[in-house]
Every structure is written in structure tokens, then in C-alpha cells.
Design a protein around this ligand. Structure first.
Ligand code: FAD
Length: 407
């Protein structure tokens, strides 16, 4: 039997950061992959957007309804603490124009290298190829049967991530472990995922994107939510932060109505009337240039309502004016489905937060059992919010384990 003070299952950002902060404890990390941090390496398309450069108070709007759970973790270890941590360990960071923080090298591998170096310095043992076969609660702690034998510990930390991008090792195992130990699981579903659109007519502009557009979410006839952000057109539907960050709310058959211009329907209608009177000879495609939309998109929208781009403003009929207003202010996309776990960047749902103490991340049901990262029922928007949450939660678990009396 191999003894440790703390056993951590999963060597992603949450697991490695927990390990680093369990100071003064013998820590063993059990990872089922051949190497740690596979998902971290592909984060931010290999550049790793590790956090966001904004006031801490602005963070909380980015974690959906469960954001309060992160209060202690994020206040205890902020975005600025995270940047300082990496800079103290020799990795400079840069901020892009949207506030996203990246390693200056633009290499996720540098982020992982820092984490592994600090683990090594702190004598954390990272054991890979460890398929967990059994987890038992014992009188003095936990017993974990893994690939290379049986491990025993006083503390057990589950940092196995969610279910998105299962090729990286996040296959939902942590939910099974949590259930075995008595926890309930909020059903997992894909989040930060692109949406597939029924009868999609924009495939020819795949790769084109538009900035900061308002999207209205309709279920049946009812508008239930709205959200703004950048939207990208794909071969089969919509993506980009404005859709990804909204995707946790979207269901099949919902309708997404996009406002491509900043004007409300009535204002656009009035403006069309006015401008037709003043500049009747102007072609509609020329007039529409003022909205700074990609020409390919404007042509597709006009095509969808059978209006020729050369049509002069004075020739536009009332019916056509209404069609223009509907198409530019509320262009409808019917959702066929939201992309599955193989496309989703994160998992919504997970270990029920009501059963975990947000001040320590310790289970309220099983003393000595902790959770951190995406395995919990909390997920953030694009922009570095998920990694910051994983790091802050890992830090908080580390505080609890390193400071609890050495029994
Ligand atoms: C393509 C993509 C890009 C992303 N980009 C960003 C970004 O730029 N910024 C951002 O903030 N977030 C990003 N995310 C989200 C972010 O990567 C995750 O939220 C984060 O990695 C979660 O960390 P974690 O440690 O909780 O879980 P994970 O990173 O999923 O790590 C869990 C680890 O546990 C291991 N494990 C699982 N089961 C077992 C088991 N039974 N036994 C042993 N080990 C096990 C896994 O192999 C894995 O190594 C991205 C996600 C994806 C998919």
C-alpha cells in the first residue's frame, strides 16, 4: 500500500494547482492518461487563455446561476494572483484587446510546464497510466485501487473534469466516484458549444464573423433571453463567443434571432422611410454599407428575402421594407441541436454544489473528500473564466488540506 496525506485524482489544471498548494503534505496525483494536462494543452487553440484581465467583481457574471459558489475561491485567489503566480515562475503573460490573458509565448505548453515544474519542486508525485478501479472510504481516510497498486490517504480530491472533449481524458469518471461516495450529480450537458441550424443558408460564408451582435432566444413564440457577443458562421451553424457563452441556455427547436445592425426594428423602419425619401436613387446594398457588415453576409440576407442588391431605395415596397427590417433586426435561425460533448468546451452540470462547502470545497457528506474544477456543477463563459475557476478552486482545496491539523 502506498500512503499519502492527499490523493488527487486527475492531473488537469485543477488537480495540479491543488497539488501545488497542499504545502507540507505528501501528495500523490493519479492520472489515467500517459501525460498530465491534455486538455490544458489544447485550450485557447493551443495558446491557453488562462484568465481575464478585469475587476474581480466582473467575474461573477460569467458563471451562470451558480456563480455565488465561487465567491471564496475567486476572492482568495484572484486573476491577478494567478498572473503573479505564473510571472513569479518565469512565465510572462499578455492581455489581448478583449481582456483575455495568454502566456506571452502564446503556448499552452508553457503553462503546463510551469505547473509541472512547481509540482516537481514541491515533491508532488504525479503517477500517470493510473486507471482507478475502486475507491473506498475507510475509518482513517480513503483507499484507492489504481493501475499500479493500492493508495491510502487521509484526504481525497476529485479533479477529473467534466465530459467535454472526452479524447483528453475527461470522460465523466468523477461523477461515478462522487456517486459511489454518496454525492448526487446534476445531469451533465454540453456547454460552450456551437449550434447546428436547421435549413441553414449561410454555409457559403463559413469562417466569416460579425462583432458584438445581439441574439434573442425564442422558445415557441416567447422571447426568453437575450445575449450579445461576436458570432461566427460555420459550415452547419453558428459559433463564436456570442453563441458559445449562450449555449448552456439553448435547446433543439429554439429560435435564435440575430440583430445584425444596432437599430431596433421601429428605428430601422423609420430610417428606411426617411432615407428612401432623401436618397431614393441609392442602391440598397450601398446604403447598407453604413452598418459595416461583411458584404457576403449582406448579400445572403438580401437573397433570403428575394431583394436584388441593386434595388434603389425609392423602389422598395412596404412589404419589402418590412422584410428588410425582419431580416436585419431579427434574422431567425432555428436550432437543430446544440453540439455534443465532442465539440463542447465545457460541461454544465456535475457534482451537486449543495453538497460541497464553497468556503473550503470539502464535501458536506464525506469529511476529507474535496472537489475542484469542472467536475463540479459550475461552468464559465469563454474568456479565461473556466481556467481561472479551476485554479482558484484548486488553490482553495490546497489551503484547506495544508492548514488542517496533521492528524
Ligand atoms: C478545446 C477547448 C479549449 C478550451 N480553452 C479554454 C481557454 O482558453 N480558457 C479557459 O478558461 N478554458 C478553456 N477550456 C476549458 C478548460 O480547459 C477546462 O474548463 C479545464 O481544463 C478544466 O480543468 P479540470 O482540471 O477541472 O479538468 P480537466 O482539464 O478536464 O482535467 C481532468 C483530468 O482528470 C483526468 N481524469 C479523468 N478521469 C480520470 C480517472 N478516472 N482517473 C485518473 N485521472 C482521470 C483526465 O485525464 C484529465 O487529465 C477549453 C476547453 C476545451 C475543450
Amino acid at each position: 500500500m502506498k500512503p499519502a496525506d492527499a490523493l488527487i485524482i486527475g492531473a488537469g489544471p485543477a488537480g495540479l494547482f491543488t497539488a501545488i498548494h497542499c504545502k507540507g503534505r505528501k501528495v500523490i496525483v493519479l492520472e489515467k492518461n500517459a501525460v498530465p494536462g491534455k486538455k490544458l494543452l489544447i485550450s485557447g487553440t493551443g495558446r491557453c487563455n488562462l484568465t481575464h484581465d478585469c475587476k474581480l467583481s466582473d467575474f461573477f457574471d460569467h458563471y451562470g446561476a451558480n456563480h455565488r459558489f465561487l465567491k471564496t475561491a475567486l476572492h482568495g485567489f484572484t486573476n491577478f494572483d494567478l498572473i503573479r503566480f505564473f510571472e513569479d515562475h518565469g512565465m510572462e503573460t499578455v492581455v489581448d484587446k478583449n481582456g483575455k490573458v495568454f502566456p506571452a509565448s502564446q503556448k499552452a505548453s508553457d503553462v503546463l510546464a510551469v505547473l509541472i515544474n512547481v509540482c516537481n519542486k514541491n515533491r508532488v508525485e504525479i503517477n500517470c497510466y493510473q486507471q482507478i478501479e475502486e475507491i473506498k472510504k475507510t475509518e482513517s481516510g480513503f483507499e484507492v485501487k489504481a493501475g499500479s497498486g493500492v493508495f491510502i490517504s487521509r484526504f481525497l480530491v476529485i479533479t477529473t473534469g467534466g465530459m467535454s472533449y472526452p479524447v483528453t481524458g475527461s470522460t465523466g469518471d468523477g461523477y461515478h466516484f462522487a456517486k459511489l461516495l454518496g454525492h448526487s450529480i446534476v445531469p451533465p450537458k454540453p456547454s460552450l458549444s456551437p449550434v447546428f441550424i436547421r435549413d441553414y443558408t449561410m454555409a457559403s460564408i463559413s469562417g466569416v464573423s460579425v462583432q458584438n451582435k445581439m441574439v434573442y432566444l425564442y422558445r415557441g413564440d416567447k422571447k426568453i433571453m437575450e445575449h450579445s457577443g461576436d458570432i461566427g458562421f460555420t459550415h452547419k451553424g453558428l459559433s463564436g463567443p456570442g453563441i458559445l457563452d449562450f449555449s448552456r441556455n439553448i435547446l433543439s427547436n429554439d429560435i435564435l434571432k440575430v440583430n445584425f445592425i444596432e437599430l431596433k426594428s421601429d428605428d430601422f423602419r423609420n430610417e428606411l422611410i426617411k432615407v428612401s425619401e432623401k436618397e431614393g436613387k441609392t442602391a440598397i446594398q450601398t446604403y447598407l454599407k453604413k452598418f459595416d457588415l461583411p458584404r457576403s453576409l449582406v448579400l445572403l440576407i438580401l437573397k433570403s428575402i428575394n431583394i436584388e442588391p441593386e434595388t434603389r431605395l425609392a423602389e422598395i415596397t412596404k412589404i419589402q421594407r418590412n422584410q428588410l427590417v425582419a431580416a436585419f433586426c431579427e434574422f431567425p435561425f432555428t436550432v437543430e441541436k446544440v453540439g455534443g460533448f465532442n465539440m463542447a468546451m465545457v460541461t454544465a452540470g456535475g457534482v451537486n454544489l449543495e453538497e460541497v462547502n464553497p468556503k473550503t470545497m470539502e464535501s458536506k457528506l464525506v469529511p476529507g473528500l474535496y472537489f475542484a474544477g469542472e467536475v463540479l456543477d459550475i461552468d464559465g463563459d469563454t474568456g479565461g473564466y473556466n481556467l481561472q475557476a479551476a485554479f482558484s478552486m484548486g488553490w482553495l482545496v490546497g489551503q484547506g488540506i495544508s492548514q488542517s491539523d496533521k492528524g
